[in-house]
Ligand binder design. Structure first.
Ligand code: CAO
Length: 424
C-alpha cells in the first residue's frame, strides 16, 4: 500500500506550480484526476515541443501518475460533472489566475456546501495585498520573493536561478499544507482551505537572506567576500556571487579543463574543523599556525587570497579528483555537475531519482522521479496521461455513470470529443 492510498484528488492545476504538487501526491499514492479543457488541455502539452504532435517534455515530466479527464467547466453539464467530482474527492487543487475559479462558479462557499470535508488547495502569485489579483510566472516570483536581488555578482544585474523555486518550490509547500490538512481532518472531520503564494514560498526559501538583512543593521556581513575586499555595504543585502550562505566560507573554483569545459569547476568549502587538512592538501602547511590564517576570524578578510591559492591547486586536477581527495580528508566540496552528467549518473538511476519512462506517442524519455523516499511507500513512475485518456473511465468509476450517462455528457459538449491518441 502507498502512503496516500485512498485519497482522491481533483487536480484543476496547469503549467508548473500546481502540477508539481499533485504529481508529488500521486507519487505518494493518491488517485489524481487531472481536469483539462476539452480539445486544448494543459497549455504545456503543446509548449516547447521536441517531437511533433506528441505531448511536450514540459507536460510529461510534470504530470506522471495522473489520470486525465476533459471537462468544460463553463458548460452547464460540465459544471454538474465537476460538482459530482467535488463531492467524490478529498482534495481539490488549483492554480488558476485569481478569480478564475469563482468565475466558473466554484467559490469556496459553494465547494464547501457540496462537500464539507473537502480540502481546497490553491497557489496564487501573491497573498492578500496590493498584488493579489496579478498573474504570476516563475521568474516574477523569484524577483518579488527576494531571490533575484540576492543572486548574481555584486557588479552585475539581479539574476534568476535555474532552480524553479517559484513554481516547483511553491508546489512543494502546497503539498505539505495538503498533507497536514488531511491529517487534521482525521481529528476535526472538516476540510479547510490551504493557500500558498509564490512570493511567500520564494521568500521562505530565501530565509537566510532576511537573516542577513537584519544582521546588516548591526554591522558589515563579514563572511561576504565584499567585506574582505574592503567594499562597503549599502542598506540592503547585496548579491553575494558564489559566497556560501552559511557560516563556513565557500566559493566555486576552476578545475583542470575549465578553459574548454564550462562545468569543470568545484564548490569548495573552507570548513573550520578541517582547515589544517586543507592547508596540508594545497601545500600551505605554514597557514596552520600563521596568525593571519589560523583562525576563522583571521581568515575572513583574506578569503579572496585563500580561494585563489586553493584554486591554483584545484586547477591541477579534475573536479572528480578534487572531490575524491577532499572527501578522504573530510573536506566538504561538490563538483559542478551538468544536466548531461546527471542524466547519466548510475546512482541516481538506481534510486529512481532519474527514471526512463515510455510514452505511446513520444517514445522513451528521461524524467526526474520522486526525490522523497518513503521506506514503506516506494514510488513508481507511470507516464503522464494523454488528453482525456481516462474521461469515460472516471465518469463510470467515480461518478457511476452508465452508457447513457456518458453518451449524454458527450452530446452536451461537456466533455468534448475523445482525442485521437486517447481513442486509439
Ligand atoms: N473549463 C473551462 N474553462 C477553463 C478550464 C476548463 N476545464 N480550465 C481553465 N479554464 C479557463 C479559466 O476558467 C479561465 O477563464 P476566465 O479567465 O474566463 O475566467 C481561463 O481558462 C484561463 O485561466 P488562467 O487565467 O488561470 O490561465 P492563463 O493562461 O491566462 O494564466 C497563469 C496562467 C499561470 C499566469 C495563471 O493561471 C496564474 O497566475 N496562476 C496562479 C499563479 C501560478 O500558479 N503561477 C505559476 C504557473 S507555472 O509557471
Amino acid at each position: 500500500m502507498k502512503a496516500l492510498e485512498g485519497v482522491r484528488i481533483l487536480d484543476f492545476t496547469h503549467v508548473q506550480s500546481g502540477p508539481t504538487c499533485t504529481q508529488l501526491l500521486a507519487w505518494l499514492g493518491a488517485d489524481v484526476i487531472k481536469v483539462e479543457r476539452p480539445g486544448i488541455g494543459d497549455i504545456t502539452r503543446g509548449q516547447l515541443r521536441d517531437v511533433p504532435d506528441a505531448d511536450s517534455l514540459y507536460f510529461t515530466m510534470l504530470n506522471h501518475n495522473k489520470r486525465s479527464i476533459t471537462i468544460d467547466g463553463k458548460n452547464p453539464k460540465g459544471k454538474e460533472i465537476l460538482e459530482g467530482l467535488v463531492k467524490a474527492c478529498d482534495v481539490m487543487v488549483e492554480n488558476f489566475a485569481p478569480g478564475a475559479l469563482d468565475r466558473m462558479g466554484f467559490t469556496w462557499e459553494h465547494i464547501q456546501a457540496l462537500n464539507p470535508k473537502i480540502i481546497l488547495a490553491s497557489i496564487k502569485g501573491f497573498g492578500p495585498g496590493p498584488y493579489e489579483d496579478c498573474k504570476v510566472y516563475e521568474n516574477v516570483a523569484q524577483c518579488t520573493g527576494g531571490s533575484a536581488s540576492t543572486t548574481g555578482f555584486r557588479d552585475g544585474p539581479p539574476l534568476v536561478t535555474g532552480a524553479q523555486i517559484g513554481d516547483s518550490g511553491t508546489g512543494l509547500h502546497l503539498a505539505l499544507g495538503i498533507v497536514a490538512a488531511l491529517y487534521q481532518r482525521t481529528k476535526s472531520g472538516r476540510g479547510q482551505r490551504v493557500t500558498a503564494a509564490m512570493q511567500d514560498g520564494v521568500l521562505n526559501l530565501c530565509r537566510v537572506k532576511m537573516r542577513d538583512q537584519q544582521r546588516l543593521t548591526r554591522g558589515p556581513l563579514a563572511e561576504y567576500s565584499q567585506h574582505g575586499e574592503g567594499i562597503p555595504f549599502g542598506s540592503a543585502v547585496p548579491r553575494s556571487g558564489n559566497d556560501s550562505g552559511g557560516g563556513q566560507p565557500g566559493w566555486i573554483l576552476k578545475c583542470k579543463g575549465w578553459e574548454t569545459d564550462p562545468n569543470a569547476y568545484i564548490y569548495f568549502i573552507t570548513q573550520a574543523p578541517v582547515w589544517k587538512a586543507i592547508c596540508d592538501m594545497i601545500g600551505k602547511p605554514e597557514w596552520k599556525t600563521d596568525p593571519d590564517f589560523a583562525t576563522p576570524n583571521a581568515r575572513l578578510p583574506r578569503l579572496r587570497l585563500i580561494f585563489d591559492t586553493i584554486e591554483e591547486w584545484t586547477m591541477t586536477k579534475t573536479k572528480f579528483e578534487v572531490m575524491d581527495l577532499c572527501n578522504q580528508a573530510d573536506i566538504p566540496c561538490g563538483p559542478i555537475l551538468s544536466m548531461e552528467e546527471l542524466a547519466e549518473e548510475p546512482s541516481l538511476r538506481e534510486t529512481g531519482t532519474i527514471v526512463e519512462v515510455d510514452h505511446p506517442t513520444r517514445g522513451p524519455y528521461l524524467s526526474v522521479g520522486n526525490p522523497i523516499k518513503l521506506s514503506d511507500s516506494p514510488s513508481e513512475v507511470w507516464r503522464s496521461p494523454l488528453l482525456g485518456e481516462h474521461t469515460e473511465e472516471i465518469l463510470r468509476d467515480v461518478l457511476n455513470l452508465d452508457d447513457e450517462g456518458v453518451a449524454e455528457a458527450r452530446e452536451s459538449g461537456a466533455i468534448g470529443e475523445p482525442s485521437r491518441e486517447a481513442a486509439e
